[in-house]
Design a protein. Sequence first.
Length: 170
Amino acid sequence: MADKVMKYNPPAGKGEYFGSVEPDIDDRCLYGKVLFITDTILYEGKTIDELEKKFHKAVDNYIKTCARNGIEAKRSFKGSLNVRLGEDLHQQVATRAYSAGVSINDWLKNVALEKVQLEELFEAPSKKVGKTKGVEMTEKVRFIVPLDYKPGEIKVTEKFFSENIGPILN
């Protein structure tokens, strides 16, 4: 769905806002909602360009309205996240973080970063990148990590890919 999300950095410097893009077949238009905030901000347009302008205007109006009413405008991301893991998973995470010599927060950040890097590397728009070891490769390759894999052991880079899977040929 990342291809159906618009981004906007308002001139007021209030952070980056994200908006959805959805078609309405019956009304023959596009509509969207500002994502990742608790307030509801909707917009619509007939074309992608019009929808984007309405998205920007809706965010700008939201920020101005909040300022006029003495309310802080919500931001999409503040950098903190409350995660409910359950007791067993919490224990496993704490144990692994302790064994790695890092805080639970740092351990979870590393796991999240590795997941994002994997998805960016292996879920890019599919295109042929060549052949390796007799197998046609595309950028949408997924690979299997060993069962004894521990977060932080594998840093996914093109060098890692070429050393462990094969060269990427254009």
